[in-house]
Design a protein around this ligand. Sequence first.
Ligand SMILES: Cc1cc2nc3c(=O)[nH]c(=O)nc-3n(C[C@H](O)[C@H](O)[C@H](O)COP(=O)(O)OP(=O)(O)OC[C@H]3O[C@@H](n4cnc5c(N)ncnc54)[C@H](O)[C@@H]3O)c2cc1C
Ligand code: FES
Length: 277
Amino acid sequence: MQFKAMILDNAEVSPGYWRMRMTAPPEILEAQPGQFVMVRVNPSIDPLIRRPFGVFDVGLHQPAYTGAAPQPYLEILYRVVGKGTAMLSALHGTDLLDIIAPLGSGFDCGPAGEEKLIVGGGVGLAPLYLLARELVKDSPVRLFAGGRSKDDVLCITEFERLGVECYTATEDGSLGEQGFVTKVLEQRLDTTGNKGRIFACGPHGMLQAVAGIAAGRHIPCQVSLEGYMACGVGACLGCVCQGANHSSETPDYRCVCSEGPVFDVTELKWEGACHAT
Ligand SMILES: Cc1cc2nc3c(=O)[nH]c(=O)nc-3n(C[C@H](O)[C@H](O)[C@H](O)COP(=O)(O)OP(=O)(O)OC[C@H]3O[C@@H](n4cnc5c(N)ncnc54)[C@H](O)[C@@H]3O)c2cc1C
Ligand code: FES
């Protein structure tokens, strides 16, 4: 659906990272973990192309004035990397945005009771919060959050409030274990005898490492990709990445926006050929 959203809050939660809450129609409450939204950051023609963001959270917002009905809201968590995201960060409460949402396919949560291992790198944590909220209803959930420094490890307190056990790793050692978060994931899998189901989102290098760990230990694993997108609905083919059976003789492409952004790792080709991040 396409709708006009009014910004309720837009705050910098860590240097360069912003969390925006906006109004949304009641249907947004049906958004599945892993789905995304396309945001027209500006009503003018520049930039013309909508920007994709994962659904960080949805819920009901209670307006300050008494007697008002609760208002459905949508939240995104975003990193300022260029023109569009810089424009978003300059917006204030009551400003309006044009949104198409929810789009794409979400995560398959798997069976109840099984240990769920969520792996997020930097702003890759964005689509994983709604997932954690869903998973904690019937399963033990552990989060492995990584980044270059502590400033890149976001919203851990929110995950902890859900009852998620959180592990952190940073490349500079400023928070948690020093090094890659995949090392901490492997330590956990060593102690549990490779039990669980993995869900990951983050930079391509991290996803590739997670896919390798899952394959080596025979653990089911889904990843959410963040390829470059123009239309978000399967029309431009700008977001395709290579499927597991791709070769020059038999092309096998997956459209990240309409078939994903969540894929089982076994569906994709991982030898550096998947150009979605
Ligand atoms: C399904 C999906 C979900 C996403 N969810 C989130 C999210 O929840 N939070 C978030 O912060 N970002 C998310 N992204 C990435 C986000 O869409 C881009 O960062 C954003 O479009 C950049 O817009 P811009 O105008 O600021 O940057 P541009 O001016 O377009 O680009 C600035 C720089 O960022 C690089 N860049 C742009 N888009 C991407 C991308 N997709 N991946 C890697 N590098 C990119 C460009 O190469 C360039 O160097 C998601 C992307 C996809 C496809
Ligand atoms: S963004 Fe156009 S086909 Fe995916």
